[in-house]
Design a protein around this ligand. Structure first.
Ligand code: SF4
Ligand code: SF4
Length: 583
């Protein structure tokens, strides 16, 4: 089954903040429907978006169950452990760390730094043989992918070597057999793409986050393990290769080789720094050979995207520095112990060119009608308004990402509403100072207020208490965080309909106020008339009732006499009838 790209987004967790996009050095993130997702074809797997995402929506593929499966299988599997592990598990000795990994089921643990040492030897040899004037390191796969994709003109300057990790894999396979499994543990996401692209060398690249999860799963606490005699690095511990995770570490190891006195060594960490330093360099003749150590992460791998340390970086750098053996000056140049040559090919990212007309059209969609509107705030995650426009042209962004435009539009809408609404509207802060009010509001409270409004439309900062007679309602709404509504609030000879509501609990409240004095008077008048009609009707009803009462009495008398007449008549007929039947 094909593997997913190493970085993915949990879309439901994406909070639309564009922080990932802001951090992404190559803007490989597409925003669609407010969700920011990684575009693998543009991504260099630097992992900066993962480290930056505040809601952990950007995730790194785990590969943990694949590794557990590998460990359950018949192939002996070895760990390639990144030298930065000392900063991730500062309380654990190397032997206890090895014991923990072996307890997970690995056959042995080896240091990736061994591969780094071979890379340093090979670089030193290339330099001593008078390679290209400018030589760019290939230790960091993210930096290499950046050059291949975004500065392909510099691909010939990349050292034609495998990375330290892949070199180490080759060493392990030579030492323990081509069939072994190799699993890397480190701080890096880009190593996962190395594993995906070189399945024959590296079975899986795991992060420290993965390692912690595996240890947790098996209930292993490395710091508490008592190591045995077999808990040692295989085939031997590394030396100065362990300096690679810190800025300048690789350069120091290469510099130590004899014959490099003419070479200028420099370190560039962070993709933006690399880009700025190398842009257009191919058009210049360098006065002396230059070796550039490139690291995608600012500060080096000790600040890789999957480290959990939040100590000052200097402490982590010192831990790495103290643990590594120091390079020995004037080490004789030698070839690498395994074949680690590999030529890199350019893999240029397609960067379309757009006309000025296209830019102008798209910029208008985000309310930019001239250079003065292009404030380049970076809120959208792009470095400039034109950057966002370009992303929109590429189908990678949407107009709603321009916070400035949205705000302007929202403000315009709010202002129009405030102006047109036939009610007094006021918004006030926790101290009941006006944040904003409309003219209707000012008109409600007399000439002085209206003059103050004309002098300073919106009346920002004015004290509400001095204007509104029913300030107590505002206070109560603020304190209780409940909305208050009064239909007919009488103040002297006036009647107000008032609604006060919370905008930000205990911080901002709003009020909508109508003067309903006129309609209240009319209502009083109507009520008065209604009362009169009701009274008259009542009188009529009572009268009718009386009449009905009298009529009822007459009717009763009549009916009684009729009934009595009827019953006495009936009696007489019956008696006659009875007499007539007697013999
Ligand atoms: S991994 Fe790096 S290049 Fe890829 S999307 Fe994230 S920040 Fe951008
Ligand atoms: S600097 Fe190190 S951790 Fe960061 S991407 Fe490069 S190799 Fe990986």
């Amino acid at each position: 089954m094909p593997k997913h790209y190493p970085i993915y987004t949990i879309e439901t967790e994406c909070q639309d903040c564009y922080r990932c996009l802001r951090q992404c050095p190559v803007k490989a993130i597409q925003v669609e429907g407010g969700r920011a997702t990684v575009v693998p074809e543009l991504c260099i797997a630097c992992g900066q978006c993962v480290a930056a995402c505040p809601s952990h929506a950007k995730q790194v593929r785990s590969d943990m169950f694949g590794v557990f499966k590998l460990l359950r299988g018949s192939r002996p599997t070895y760990v390639s452990l990144a030298p930065s592990w000392v900063t991730e598990f500062p309380d654990t000795s190397p032997q206890s760390m090895i014991a923990a990994l072996r307890r997970l089921g690995f056959s042995g643990v080896s240091e990736t730094a061994l591969g780094a040492q071979e890379v340093s030897a090979a670089v030193a040899q290339t330099l001593s043989q008078g390679g290209p004037r400018l030589l760019l390191s290939t230790a960091c796969p993210a930096a290499v992918d950046f050059i291949r994709g975004y500065m392909p003109e510099l691909v010939p300057n990349l050292t034609p070597l495998l990375s330290p990790l892949l070199s180490h894999c080759r060493m392990l396979r030579r030492a323990y057999g081509p069939q072994i499994g190799v699993v890397f543990f480190g701080p890096c996401v880009a190593k996962k793409t190395e594993a995906d692209n070189h399945p024959g060398l590296l079975d899986a690249a795991m992060t420290y986050t993965d390692l912690r999860a595996m240890l947790r799963e098996d209930g292993i606490n490395p710091a508490s393990l008592v190591p045995g005699p077999a808990d040692v690095f295989m085939p031997q511990p590394a030396r100065d290769g362990a300096l690679y995770p810190i800025e300048g570490g690789m350069s120091d190891t290469v510099k130590a080789y004899a014959g490099n006195a003419q070479v200028c060594f420099t370190t560039l960490s962070g993709i933006a720094t690399i880009e700025a330093a190398l842009q257009g360099i191919q058009n210049h003749v360098l006065p002396r050979p230059v070796f550039v150590e490139m690291l995608a992460c600012v500060g080096g791998c000790v600040r890789g995207p999957c480290v959990s340390s939040n100590r000052p970086r200097l402490l982590d750098q010192l831990d790495v520095f103290n643990r590594a053996a120091k390079p020995v000056p004037d080490t004789p140049v030698r070839p690498a112990v395994v074949a680690i040559s590999e030529r890199k090919n350019p893999s240029p990212v397609d960067i379309p060119v757009y006309s000025e007309d296209q830019y102008v059209k798209v910029l208008r969609l985000i309310g930019k009608f001239g250079p003065e509107d292009e404030i380049n705030c970076g809120g959208c995650g792009h470095e400039s308004c034109r950057g966002l426009a370009r992303a929109m042209l590429e189908g990678m962004a949407e107009p709603s990402m321009c916070v400035h435009f949205l705000r302007k539009r929202a403000t315009r809408k709010a202002n129009t509403l405030l102006r047109c609404i036939p009610a007094g509207v006021v918004i006030a802060d926790a101290k009941l100072h006006i944040i904003e009010c409309n003219e209707h509001f000012a008109r409600l409270f007399g000439e002085d207020t209206l003059m103050a409004y004309e002098a300073s439309p919106g009346m920002e900062g004015a004290t509400l208490e001095k204007i509104v007679p029913f300030i107590g309602l505002f206070r109560r709404a603020l304190e209780t965080e409940t909305d208050i509504h009064r239909d007919a609030l009488r103040q002297d000879d006036r009647v107000f309909s008032v609604t006060i509501f919370t905008i930000e609990p205990r911080n901002v409240i709003g009020g909508v106020i109508f003067d309903v004095t006129g309609s209240e008077l009319r209502r009083d008048e109507i009520a008065q008339r209604a009362r009169e009609i009701i009274r008259k009707n009542l009188e009529t009803v009572q009268e009718i009732a009386c009449r009905l009462g009298e009529n009822m009495a007459d009717t009763e008398i009549l009916l009684r006499s009729l009934a009595e007449g009827f019953s006495s008549g009936a009696r007489t007929i019956a008696e006659k009838d009875l007499r007539g039947r007697r013999p």
